[in-house]
Design a protein around this ligand. Structure first.
Ligand SMILES: NC(=O)c1ccc[n+]([C@@H]2O[C@H](COP(=O)([O-])OP(=O)(O)OC[C@H]3O[C@@H](n4cnc5c(N)ncnc54)[C@H](O)[C@@H]3O)[C@@H](O)[C@H]2O)c1
Length: 272
C-alpha cells in the first residue's frame, strides 16, 4: 500500500534489466505511489534481460532506447509524452557499464576507446537525456530528475576502475544541468550515492561480495538495499522534496561519514 506520493505524475525509468536492478524496485514503487510510467533500456537489454516481463506485470509500455543515442532518446521522449498523455514529471537514470571492468583491465592498463564508451554510457547519457528532454519541451515544471552514483566519485576505491571518473562526471552534470533546468523549468536534478548492492552491474566489479561485507560492517545502519534506495528515489520524485536540487545525496547507512570502526580495528568485527 502506497501513500499516493506520485499520484498524477508521469515518469520515465531507465535501467530496469532484471529483478535485482535498482530501477526495477523504483518502477514498482512508482506505480504503487500512483505514477504512470514508461520503462526503457538499451535494445540489447530487451534480449538479455526481463524488462518485457516487468512491463507486462506492471501493465506499462517499455520502449527500447540506447541512452547514448540522441535519435533513440528523441523517439523515447516523444513517444512517452504521447503514451502518458503529457509532459514528464520525473526521470530515473539508473545506467552504468564499464567495458574495462568487464574485461578485467587494471587501472594502469586501460583501453581508452573502452573508457570513452564507459563515460558515454554511464555519464554523458545523463546530459544527453536532459538536453533532449529540454529541447523537446518534454519536462513538466517542478519535475525531478535523479541519477544513481557511487562514493568512488570522490574517495578512492581501487576496485572501481574508471567508473570512479564516470561517476564524478555524472555528479558534475547533475550540478551543472541542475542549474540550467532550475532556472529554465524549475526542474530539480540530484544524484543518490547508493551502498554497494548485489545487481548485474555491481557484481561485475572484482571482489564485490567481500567489499559489500566490508561496507556493511563499516556502516552503523548496514548497507542500504535496493528496496530502500527505491523509497529514497520516490521521495525525491515527490513534491515533499521540491526545493532540493544540484545535490549528491548519500544513501549508504552512514558509510560515507565513517573514518574508522573500532570493532574492525580491534578484530572483534572480522571482514571475511
Ligand atoms: N549495484 C551497486 O552496487 C551500485 C551502487 C551505487 C550505484 N549504482 C548505480 O546504480 C545504477 C543501476 O545499476 P544496478 O546496480 O541496478 O545494475 P543493473 O545492471 O541492473 O543496471 C544497469 C543498467 O544499465 C543499462 N544500460 C547499460 N548500457 C546502456 C545503454 N547504452 N543504454 C541504456 N541503458 C543501458 C543496463 O541494461 C542495465 O539495465 C548504475 O548507475 C550503477 O552504477 C549501483
Amino acid at each position: 500500500m502506497g501513500y499516493g506520493l506520485l499520484k498524477g505524475k508521469r515518469g520515465i525509468i531507465f535501467g530496469a534489466l532484471d529483478e535485482n536492478s535498482i530501477a526495477t524496485f523504483v518502477a514498482k514503487k512508482a506505480i504503487e505511489e500512483g505514477a504512470e510510467i514508461v520503462l526503457t533500456n538499451a535494445p540489447v537489454a530487451f534480449r538479455a534481460g526481463t524488462i518485457n516481463d516487468l512491463a507486462k506485470s506492471l501493465n506499462v509500455i517499455a520502449i527500447p532506447a540506447d541512452a547514448t543515442d540522441v535519435d533513440d532518446l528523441e523517439n523515447l521522449f516523444k513517444k512517452s509524452v504521447e503514451i502518458l498523455g503529457g509532459k514528464i514529471d520525473f526521470i530515473l537514470h539508473s545506467i552504468g557499464m564499464s567495458v574495462n571492468i568487464r574485461k578485467n583491465r587494471p587501472y594502469d592498463d586501460l583501453n581508452y576507446e573502452w573508457m570513452q564508451k564507459t563515460f558515454d554510457i554511464s555519464a554523458i547519457s545523463f546530459h544527453k537525456m536532459m538536453q533532449v528532454a529540454l529541447k523537446l519541451d518534454a519536462l513538466k515544471e517542478w519535475g525531478s530528475i535523479v541519477a544513481l552514483t557511487y562514493i568512488a566519485a570522490d574517495r578512492t576505491f581501487p576496485f572501481y576502475g574508471e567508473m570512479a571518473e564516470a561517476k564524478a562526471l555524472l555528479e558534475s552534470f547533475a550540478r551543472s544541468f541542475g542549474y540550467q533546468l532550475g532556472e529554465l523549468r524549475k526542474v530539480r536534478v540530484n544524484t543518490i550515492s547508493q551502498s554497494p548492492t548485489m545487481t548485474k552491474a555491481g557484481s561485475a566489479v572484482k571482489g564485490f561480495e567481500e567489499f559489500c561485507e566490508y561496507s556493511h560492517k563499516m556502516s552503523p545502519l548496514g548497507n542500504a538495499d535496493a528496496d530502500s534506495c527505491a523509497d529514497y528515489c520516490i521521495t525525491l520524485f515527490s513534491d515533499l522534496c521540491r526545493m532540493v536540487t544540484m545535490q549528491n545525496l548519500y544513501h549508504d547507512g552512514g558509510f560515507s561519514k565513517m573514518g574508522m570502526h573500532p570493532g574492525i580495528m580491534s578484530g572483534e568485527l572480522r571482514i571475511i
